[in-house]
Design a protein around this ligand. Structure first.
Ligand code: UPG
Ligand code: MN
Length: 759
């Protein structure tokens, strides 16, 4: 097949053999979806019409207020529903063709790729886990002289440095092993886990025949080496410092000879494996990729801007050392799970006709520790398979902070039109891409030259964090940065391949899950409130579908308000006999029933299509309720506080360590309420009890006019069954304390008293 393409500049024609490097397909049945969505839109309109035309005029002010609160809630729910539509109109799937890429470009023409791994705390993020990410990144199926792996350590810890040093030694055996047996899973921990042998075709001792002696021997040997590295790293972590004897093994340890604290130390850059060194080879004599350790300078009176600050320092340091044309950004727990991912991704960037304007390629976040029914709803199946692909249908992707490949120029701040002009200029001048001059500096010189770029003062008076690099001041630096890049005229790709590209660790306690969602909802609402609000900042720059797509997430926090209204007002009004919904006999009942049933059925079907179970879907409904009434609510309050200048941006790191009893509870899919903050639990329990009382009272004094309220409260009771269990039946560590129970009882009694007797 031949593809002809008009050269954009002049009359030159580019003729490419073998077709494009990737194709985009759109999902079918979108027309049917639009028809369905219009019926819901009609029912929303009818509901609002009913609310407005039936405002109670002859009754008490309380009733009037309750009615107005319901009206406002329904307006907000309705608006949010409308916002979530654009991501369901045009769902795009991408398929790259790496074989075409490999035919067209040989190794020499492949661009440099720099991989950034961020870690921040050796206790919350165990160095062994981080090293598994590093090792699988080093083991990518990619010419090693074009590959550099950077570890940013915001913990500034010699323990992490020690682990990296150990991993660099182990890699000399690990990389040849991966290559020889063509493994796909290249994180040693994942490869050696029993699970892997179950669901992977990778060469392994269980499915090889007897004549594979060589493999068996190697496997045992490598496994032993891995176990040794693991115990060295873990022993050192337990001891809390590197043994004196081992400090002499690498001169980098000298950096810690002065007293240095996590938040107070000078900048450290150590090239651990020098990609140019002819002696830096693995056991097969093949060149190793470059490995660099960086801990940027931290001083108590300098804001360090969390992960965004670390990334920006990495951008600068890497530009000094390797200056790869593409950058892969990984959280320390997200290990590469497919050895060919780089080649697949380059298909997007290097496609002759559509590649130029692509700034980044984002992969979905996947986890390897989910339970069957995913009881903390960590997996976001519909988000990954539909919503993000839906934004992609409009030509953009959300940058989600990990599992994302960037073009160096766009991440550093270039506008697409400037980039394009430069590119066209170079083409016109028939200039070859600048041939990199051989860098003759020694490792020590490189370290020293790079250190300067990672100091606290380096960014003073520069545009870093504003116009350059990742955006500062927002806890979801990733989302904000992606939006800014998109508004600079770049396109981006969301790619969800069949074999997962990256796999990380999902929260295993309710507390961690809720704290994470609080940071996200708060951060995203801050984006909405900031100058980056997609409707304003993006106006005229990105299409409305993308603007709406961003707001699906940016508006999580305010969604807490109508949800709380819906969870509090109906049961309270039940107690005082105030009807808030039309009677079942009235025709107005229909739009309410339809909107509810149709939406629920749709969401269930969508979840099942995306691979969820029915129980998993129910769990998602529960977690949504819990998140909206706690995490999002606090995210909402804190955003307002921040707008008023009462609080500052914070970043609570997700704990990635799992103790044994937590793990046991998690595997049995029992919700661990134990560690949750008492105020979040009080809200949860109060709402659960209030609705329980509502249902009971409703059933006793059953009146037709309040049937919808009873059903609504009954739904909330159903969703909250595990809460009652943790209150009244369980007595383990993960149950709810009697302190919280008493507080909530008092609150509910007070509310009931007021509702029944005062109103
Ligand atoms: O001061 C900091 C804080 C965090 N991190 C790193 O940032 C990453 C993400 O932190 P984590 O606690 O795991 O947060 P998550 O909620 O799991 O992360 C998601 O959400 C974040 C924004 O809220 C993004 O930065 C992440 O990329 C995205 O995966 C980790 O590798 C951390 O080591 C730093 O490097 N420096
Ligand atoms: Mn994480």
């Amino acid at each position: 097949m031949k593809m002809r393409e008009e050269g954009k500049e002049g009359d030159e024609e580019v003729v490419v053999d073998g077709g494009p490097l990737f194709v985009t397909k759109e999902a079918r049945y979108r027309g049917a979806y639009k028809v369905f969505a219009s019926t819901i839109l009609v029912s929303i309109a009818l509901i609002l019409f009913y609310r407005v035309t039936n405002i109670p005029t002859t009754t008490t002010t309380t009733e009037l207020l309750a009615w107005i609160a319901m009206l406002v809630s329904e307006i907000l729910f309705g608006l949010y529903w409308i916002i979530t539509q654009s991501v369901r109109w045009r769902i795009a799937f991408q398929s790259p063709s790496k074989h075409t890429l490999l035919q067209r470009y040989d190794e020499e023409k492949m661009p440099g790729v720099d991989i950034f791994v961020c870690t921040a705390d050796p206790i919350l993020e165990p160095p062994l886990m981080v090293m598994n990410t590093i090792l699988s990144a080093m083991a990518y199926n990619y010419p090693s002289n074009k590959l550099s792996v950077y570890l940013s350590d915001d913990g500034g810890s010699e323990l992490t440095f020690y682990a990296l040093f150990k991993a660099s030694i182990f890699s000399k055996h690990w990389l040849p092993f991966c290559r020889t047996f063509n493994l796909q899973t290249r994180s040693p921990q994942a490869y050696f886990s029993p699970q892997n042998y179950h669901n992977n075709n990778d060469y392994n001792p269980n499915n090889t025949t007897n004549d594979d002696d060589e493999f068996q021997k190697q496997w045992l040997f490598i496994k032993k080496l891995y176990e040794e590295m693991k115990s060295d790293i873990e022993r050192t972590l337990e001891r809390g410092k590197v043994a004196d004897g081992e400090r002499n093994l690498h001169k980098g340890f000298k950096e810690w000879s002065l007293k240095s604290k996590k938040q107070d130390h000078h900048s450290i850059v150590q090239v651990i494996i020098d990609g140019r060194d002819k002696n830096a080879v693995d056991e097969d004599g093949i060149q190793l990729p470059r490995v660099v350790y960086m801990a940027r300078e931290k001083r108590p009176n300098y804001p360090h801007n969390f992960k965004a600050g670390a990334m920006n320092a990495l951008i600068r340091v890497s530009s000094e050392i390797s200056n790869g044309a593409f950058i892969l950004n990984l959280d320390c727990d997200m290990y590469p799970n497919n050895a060919d991912t780089i080649q697949e991704t380059l298909c997007f960037f290097m496609d002759e006709s559509r590649g130029q304007d692509i700034a980044y390629v984002q992969f979905p976040q996947n986890y390897n520790n989910l339970t069957n029914n995913d009881h903390y709803a960590n997996s976001c199946l519909a988000t990954d398979m539909i919503e993000l692909a839906g934004i992609s249908g409009h030509g953009a992707a959300l940058y989600c902070g990990t599992g994302c490949f960037h073009r160096r120029e766009s991440l550093s701040g270039a506008h697409f039109k400037d980039y394009k002009a430069k590119l066209d200029h170079n083409m016109m001048m028939k200039m070859n891409p600048k041939v990199e001059e051989e860098d003759n500096r020694s490792v020590d010189e490189l370290n020293e030259a790079s250190k300067v770029l990672a100091t606290c003062t380096y960014e003073n008076g520069t545009l870093w964090g504003k116009e350059m690099g990742l955006v500062y001041g927002i806890p979801v630096e990733d989302i904000a940065t992606g939006l800014v890049i998109t508004c600079r005229g770049w396109k981006s790709i969301y790619y969800n391949p069949e074999r997962k590209g990256f796999i990380g660790v999902a929260p295993t306690t309710l507390d961690v899950a809720l704290v994470q969602h609080k940071r996200w909802s708060e951060g995203m609402f801050q984006v909405f409130f900031s100058k980056y609000c997609p409707f304003i900042y993006g106006h005229g720059k990105i299409n409305i579908g993308i603007q709406m797509g961003y707001c699906v997430y940016l508006l999580w926090a305010p969604l807490s308000i109508p949800t709380l209204c819906y969870a509090i007002l109906p049961p309270l009004c039940l107690l005082s006999g105030i009807p808030l919904f039309p009677q079942p006999r009235s025709l107005w009942f229909l739009p309410f029933a339809y909107a509810f049933l149709a939406n629920t059925t749709y969401s269930l079907c969508e979840a099942l299509i995306c691979g969820s179970t029915i129980k998993g879907w129910l769990n998602l409904q529960r977690m949504r309720f819990i998140r909206r009434t706690t995490s999002y609510f606090f995210g909402f309050i804190d955003t307002l506080k921040k707008q008023l200048g009462l609080s500052q941006t914070n970043f609570v790191i997700t704990d990635k360590v799992v103790t044994e009893d937590v793990q046991n509870m998690y595997e049995k899919e029992i919700i661990d309420f134990g560690g949750c903050s008492s105020i979040m639990l009080t809200i949860l329990v109060t709402l659960a009890l209030l609705n329980l009382v509502g249902v009971l009272v409703g059933i006793i004094i059953i009146k037709r006019i309040i049937i919808i309220q009873i059903v609504l409260s009954a739904m909330i009771v159903m969703v909250n069954l595990p809460v009652y269990e943790a209150l009244f039946i369980r007595s383990d560590k993960g149950s709810i304390s009697s302190y919280v129970m008493i507080k909530s009882f008092v609150l509910v009694s007070l509310a009931c008293f007021i509702a029944t007797f005062v109103i």
